[in-house]
Design a protein around this ligand. Sequence first.
Ligand code: ADP
Length: 396
Amino acid sequence: MNIFVVNCGSSSLKYQLIDSVTEKVIAKGLCERIGIDGKLTHNPTGKDKFEETVDMPDHKTAVSLVLKALTDEAHGVIKDLSEIGAVGHRIVHGGEKFAKSVVIDDGVMAAIEECNDLAPLHNPANLIGISACKALMPQTPMVAVFDTAFHQTMPKKAYLYGVPYEYYNDYKVRKYGFHGTSHSFVSKRLLQLIGKESGPSKVIICHLGNGSSITAVKDGCSVDTSMGFTPLDGLIMGTRSGSIDPAVVQYLASKLDISLDEVIDILNKKSGVDGISGVSSDFRDLESASNDGNERATVALEMFAYRAAQYIGSYAAAMNGVDAIAFTAGIGENNATVRKMICSYLGYLGFELDEEANSKRGEEIMLSTADSKLKVYVIPTNEELAIARETLELIK
Ligand code: ADP
């Protein structure tokens, strides 16, 4: 069966069509600038890429253009829409309402809408994507896969903030965590690799990309994670500050004579390694600037690795040990320098780096030497495949 995986943003729509038997991508692509003008980039496997600048006033138009591309005679990959067995939608926020993926019905849509306040930029766009697909494929089953769901197993001591309890009760202020689909996918694979798919286990997943988060996974369940109420919390990221003293927000608003919203915008979009280095949010640029002697680029890399090592240490403490660690996402899969910098803090856990293995990138690798007590791996993440698997599981 073919599963259509949809990731709808406020002005974009990313998609993949995945064959659930072979787990191969049949086609993938992206609609950009929805509501502004519109551009479709469609990559059918084994055929030429198709690009089209075309008016996309709304997401329904974007979805219909994608479905047209998928069934087109020249660059299509299926004959008609009956070859799409199900649709899997990536949904950013499921609040406390969703601890796992669900088949979408009217009640589920209403519940996702109730979480809009928690992700005002993302959830409404995700809902528009569902409605657009439903309108064009009314008989096709649809599944919602949430970024937050995997972390719903965190205990209260991990997810509550030290603020008056009524803010949790009344306004749902708590840690939710994100990147759940990736943390779940990679932790399952890591547990396979270390032969601990059942029984007790303690692993830490480092999802290091533009957005980064680290999760402690005990016996297969998330017990703590570095992102919080929003994805701004935790690690220093490409352009996000990660955790800072909240008093800085008010202080900067006063010094710069700007609103709290504007400060939060700076913390989201102009901070992180980009803000520190003044060079770039991309770790390839940072590395080359650092190699050229740029001190701020060097300190940005050091801060990133230091904070990551702090989270690993705190989660090893929280779980009273750690069997294995996995690096994943753009930086975790590809950047040997950053991996080595983080690994340099792990000697106390009985870890030794296999330098030659670390020089590889973009594939599954064991980074630890054969004698190393702590096993460390690189495991490529694949959120679309994870969504396709969850979707298939639920509609079977
Ligand atoms: P996002 O959170 O947007 O999905 P990614 O997971 O793609 O981000 O991570 C982006 C980061 O990964 C960038 O800093 C980039 O330097 C790094 N990265 C991605 N691909 C490569 C690559 N092929 N080689 C080296 N670094 C890479």
